[in-house]
Design a protein around this ligand. Structure first.
Ligand code: NZQ
Ligand code: ZN
Length: 390
């Protein structure tokens, strides 16, 4: 059964080897003044920075560098918005992973707003305009290149917030899988874990349909197969290209058109973990996933586990629902562990004495306990999941 829905993704995807040659033509559609945003230097190591300058000869380029993983409102977004205003920026060119792109998205609306930018990001004020964004994504993970979201941390108030607005869709996203050859094993595993979790957040919902289940299971199969290949051979184009494309589908709605909405509870939990301990997003999600699955198992949810068990893990139809579910939970745990993610939060520096505070924070800022949710989580449930994840 499908619910009613409206679907539109205005982003133009340009995918493949060497597609960057189209960059000047795409950028020129917006103007001459470009804000180039990037992170800690990976784009310089891989030669992409020089390549961009060569291609954009004749454009006026202003730079914002040093954007952090888990990008921060202060300083990055604030400085970026100021640079846009001072330099009359026509277009933001984001070159890097999801953090650089998310930061650029936040900058794009803050640059067109005269008040405190956090009011937009926190949803207090609705943005009215944004500077257009073109991006070259260098890490297969978040799907930010094809969605209308960004996630920004505000360290002053220990908050990490997902911000959604149609204004945040990039105008153009360049996806060249070769740019992901240099991604470390750790980021490859964490990026894939993030994308897997995006699928699961949408799979565990009601109603659902044979069609949506099919796309999501196919996405999971591709991610789980190709990450192992990419971890062994980082330059395997075939694996890197599938990872890149599947990740792009993660958050833009296409996987779950017409399906129910779960509320994305694992992301709510992980955002608190990153806000308090600045951990890598995908690693936090991988650790939470099997514990969350165990917590939400019920008469209502068991069918989802059985569908995954039979169609993704190829489990025998004669197994009981309980046995199937247990094998699915164990299967995800073993898979993440095999990709090199330590499966305990303590190993990432999370401290047990903050669990109760984080549970309160989640319920206050990013509720997980709404009656419409597929599997609501109250404070006790959040504490159980976090403790089991330690
Ligand atoms: O900073 P540089 O030097 O570029 O290095 C980065 C960074 O250290 C490096 N990297 C990126 N591309 C590389 C590379 N290293 C070598 N070769 C390359 N080609 O990888 C490190 C991590 O980068 P980051 O951008 O932080 O990773 P990711 O793309 O996973 O983004 C994570 C952020 O996105 C948010 C997360 O919460 C987190 O803040 N999310 C955004 C979403 C969205 N917009 O839709 C949804 C997600 O659920 C997620 O919450
Ligand atoms: Zn995510």
């Amino acid at each position: 059964m499908l619910n009613d829905f409206t679907y539109q993704t205005p982003t133009k995807l340009i995918f493949g080897k060497g597609v960057i040659k189209e960059l000047p033509k795409e950028i020129a559609k917006f103007g001459k003044n470009v804000l180039l945003t990037y992170g800690g230097g990976s784009i310089k190591k891989m030669g992409l920075y020089d390549e961009v300058y060569k291609l954009l000869d004749g454009f006026n380029i202003t730079e914002l560098s040093g954007i952090e993983p888990n990008p921060k409102y202060d300083p990055s977004v604030i400085i970026g918005a100021k640079l846009c205003k001072e330099n009359n920026i026509d277009v933001i060119l984001s070159v890097g992973g999801g953090s650089v792109l998310d930061c650029s998205k936040a900058i794009s609306v803050c640059a067109k707003y005269d008040g405190e930018g956090w009011d937009l990001i926190s949803g207090k004020v609705k943005a009215k305009a944004a500077v257009p964004i073109v991006d070259i994504i260098t890490l297969a993970a978040t799907g930010s290149e094809y969605d209308m979201g960004c996630v920004i941390s505000n360290t002053a108030i220990s908050d990490k917030r997902g911000y959604l607005d149609e204004l945040l869709y990039p105008a153009v996203s360049f996806l060249d899988p070769e740019y992901t050859f240099s991604v470390s094993k750790w980021q490859t595993a964490c990026g894939t874990a993030d994308a897997i979790n995006h699928v699961l957040e949408q799979f565990f919902a009601a109603p659902n349909s044979m069609f949506n289940d099919g796309i999501m299971i196919s996405a999971l199969r591709s991610l789980m197969t190709n990450v192992k290949i990419a971890l062994k051979d980082p330059n395997d184009y075939s694996a890197r290209s599938e990872l890149m494309y599947v990740c792009s589908w993660g958050c833009n709605g296409i996987l779950a058109n017409g399906a129910g909405y779960s509320g994305w509870p694992m992301h709510s939990i992980e955002h608190a973990l990153s806000a308090y301990f600045d951990i890598t997003h995908g690693a936090g999600l991988a650790i939470i996933t099997p514990r969350w699955m165990k917590e939400i198992l019920s008469e209502k949810t068991v069918e989802r586990f059985v569908t995954l068990g039979r169609n993704l893990f190829g489990l025998d139809k004669n197994l009981s629902d309980f046995e199937t579910t247990q094998k699915v939970i164990d299967g995800f745990y073993a898979f993440f562990e095999e990709t090199g993610i330590p499966m305990h939060l303590a190993e990432l520096g999370v401290k047990e004495d903050k669990i109760e505070e984080m549970a309160d924070h989640i319920l206050e800022n990013d509720s997980t306990n709404e009656p419409w949710m597929f599997a609501p989580l109250d404070k006790d449930a959040l504490i159980r999941i976090l403790k089991a994840s330690m």
